[in-house]
Design a binder for this molecule. Sequence first.
Ligand SMILES: O=P(O)(O)OC[C@H]1O[C@](O)(CO)[C@@H](O)[C@@H]1O
Length: 454
Amino acid sequence: MMNNLKLDVTKCQQFVAKHELEYLKPLAKLANDMVNNKAGAGNEFMGWVDLPLNYDKEEFDRILKCAKKIQVDSDVLVVVGIGGSYLGARAVIDALSHNFKNDLSKSQRRYPKILYAGNSISSTYMADLLEVLEDVDFSVNVISKSGTTTEPAIAFRILKDALVSKYGEHEAKKRIYATTDKSKGALRTLASQEGYETFVIPDDVGGRFSVLTAVGLLPICVSGIDITMLMKGAHDARELYLRDDLETNSPLIYAMYRNVLLRKGKDLELLVNYEPQLQYISEWFKQLFGESEGKDKKGIFPASVNFSTDLHSMGQYIQDGKRNIFETIIKIDLPKKDIVIKAESEDLDGLNYLAGKTVDYVNDKAFLGTTLAHTDGEVPNLVIHLPELNAYHLGELIYFFEKACAISGYILGVNPFDQPGVEAYKKNMFALLGKTGYEEEKAILEKRLELDEN
Ligand SMILES: O=P(O)(O)OC[C@H]1O[C@](O)(CO)[C@@H](O)[C@@H]1O
């Protein structure tokens, strides 16, 4: 039997007494049932719960086919999307690819480079990207559930133009893959009119829970990652976490600890990694928990650090600053590659005491030492052990966090599946840009800005 993801709570037990968990159990079990039975607030967006079992197999095969085509005819796939239409794909691709994937020579590289657009409104970023695309064959996967988000829409308009200039109208259309709602939104209208290959984001799966739909799967597959194993990992995790027994349902335990910690003032969670490849898992995690729990003036603030890098910058604060922090560490038990540290005849750098040991051995001791130091500094530590960094275990990890997030949101007493707060900046931006329908707001906002300036 395959080893699975394991949650280690032993470094948290000095901060959370048994009875605190016991008292929370009835509420936690109810929250768990609400997720399993799709019976809570926002349940029209709980399609992700059964996705690893019920995903569209015809579409999955089409993803494999299109990925093959892109691998043959493109040096680069540009993935256009923001938030949930971007972070999941990037998280998985970065976690499972070579650390220097975009710096490998053409002969070392087996799959197209994946580049990203539409996740900011930086004109310089976009212009730089166009320069890079000048000399390469490329395709575009434009992803937007609503089909109307400004950032990706602008990027797509510019990239479409670049494709047409390079390949002509007809060939350009064959290099565009649109992932969007099955019937609504500007992107759907455009795709139908232009005849792009399209993939569907199911109605009942919200952006931040969509990595295991075509949103994540097409770019992930193009990058050479085994999406069948990714789905299998999520599938097995789903099975395991259906039980409400605290031995096996680790997302339930994690959700309980988070909520006990929050109630005693630990309102900032740091997701920690010891592998640079996991940086974007943290970005994905931050959107997942931030958009799901940060509402009604409550929630844990999700943040992240990369160790040991940030031990030399944020380490001071974590050890010694305001005591409102807890850490959740993703620990990879077996690295993909390792290097033995050699002995030197003259021990000028003083490292001979490590001769014969591996770099990962040192990384592991850094993890153990930091855990002890930080818990001594009153920072509770929860540790998620992944046996290895591969597609199967990432599938598990994704499902673990998605389920934990939903349970945790219900324990907190929020609707984990809406995001009303994201609209405020959009309304102001549209008004300031002069979009039709925002005339009144435009006048009010311009007056406010004038007052602020004076
Ligand atoms: O896929 P879409 O509709 O472009 O949305 C992208 C992102 O923007 C948000 O809707 C917030 O504005 C996120 O929830 C979402 O992940």
